[in-house]
Write a protein that binds this ligand. Sequence first.
Ligand code: GLC
Length: 558
Amino acid sequence: MDARPTPPGRTPGAPAAATVDWWRSAVIYQVYIRSFKDSDGDGIGDLQGLRAELGHLAALGVDAVWINPFYTSPMVDAGYDVADHRDVDPSHGTLADFKELLSDAHALGLRVLVDIVPNHTSSQHAWFTEALQSPPGSAARARYHFHPGAGDDGAHPPNNWRSVFGGPAWTRVPAPDSGPHEWYLHLFTPGQPDLNWENPQVHAEFEDILRFWLDLGVDGFRIDVANAMIKAPGYPDMVDGPDPDDGSSPCWDRDDVHRIHQAWRHVLDSYPDQRIAVAEAWVPTVERLARYLRPDELHQAFNFDYLKADWSAAGLRRIIDDCLTGLAVVDTLPTWVLSNHDVVRHRSRFGDGETGLRRARAAALLMLALPGSAYIYQGDELGLPEVTDLPDAARQDPIWHHSAGAVRGRDGCRVPLPWYGDAPPFGFGPPDSTSPWLPQPAAWGDLAVAAQSIDPGSTLNLYRAALQLRRNYRGAREGRLTWRSSTDDAASGLLFFTRSDGLACAVNMGSAPHSVVTPGRRLLANGAVTEDADRTVLPPDTAVWWHVDIADREEVVG
Ligand code: GLC
């Protein structure tokens, strides 16, 4: 069944969406489903909650949503431990809810991407249960990485690989009726055994899962740890030092992983209307990232260099240039992203209190002015800060537990959204519902959607205005960026560029005001700017957008 409108359009009044390669300039909103909106009052966000608030996303002006995993799961890693890839966890709703959500989203012109987790399953997946009950060497164990231990009695892990969440990447299992104890590989928690992608059954199963969701009408996938599925034969030890950039790590970014993505591209291309895939691939260089974006592979990959960057014009200029040039080699444009469910929220990364907020607002204008596609993490549009004072007892991230409390983990960026009111749960759930799964700060009332909606100067209204204006500039292929400021300017905090489609942007990340030649008609700014004759003065932490007339585009100088 295909519930898609033909073609899924944009919000009323916006340009038609039947343009080539919709994803090249799309703004995609990440819904962390546990924390978006709770419709049934159990304290956990769900699909009907999202469905009820699709209007917020349409009014915001995004093109698509990516929803973090909502599948059946024991939730040892917030749903990234999938027990059934074709069903919905009861805490998030039902498959029928998903179909309704998809249909409503499409009716509003919003495309929907779902998360697919191919590197591992849950340890409660039927395949893994069967593997534990089957002897070493069995077909059931061959779907995962089972291996005898090291040492005379096999009591040591097979190699030195470490779990991303701390501790060894191997866990020893009880001996079945016959045969020795073996160890199984898990690059994340022991509840997330790695699949063996040398096994054709694994390929077939995942292609079938892709088709299941594509047949329902989804517009694409975010591929979890898209760089990890292939492991080196013989499981050699990891060499100390930074991640190699030549594919020689025994488990990250190996060249053979691209065979999987090519096969998946075939599947995507066999459906109408450009179904896409975006890779989560933490790789060491833009060159390695570009390999995932070759024309016969994936459409997008998250730009983690940009996400990791500090509040520094020089650093950002270098990253912007590197990404634009590095990805031009494979004839594509970058994605830009500031936050997600795995990192400290950028408002808090960029500074404390109001400074962080001002910078986050300027950063949003910069990001949304860059040619390519942009990802917004839920709550970015509200200027939410990281919650740093969660009580230890409330923390749920396995990183917190596996590090015995040494690493705080990711709960602080996952706190449920405030919708309205002046006290928790701020409309996250219906009245009298169970407390949200993570407690919200008592002072979040001013940040709530309802409060910001009626405040013309709010962060929410800044995002709405920016996204509305951005629709006039489809800077995908044609949005070539030309710097109007120099690298010396960047050293003192200024970035200033125009795009060939007429959008100009300047941002002052320095500590003193900067003045630039006014390039055209001012469209938007995140703070007070002054105009003096033909120049515009930007205070620190301020970004401005202008429209440049065609005749003036090549004339503008810093
Ligand atoms: C990805 C997800 C992260 C998860 C991990 C294991 O990095 O973004 O949240 O913990 O994969 O699936």
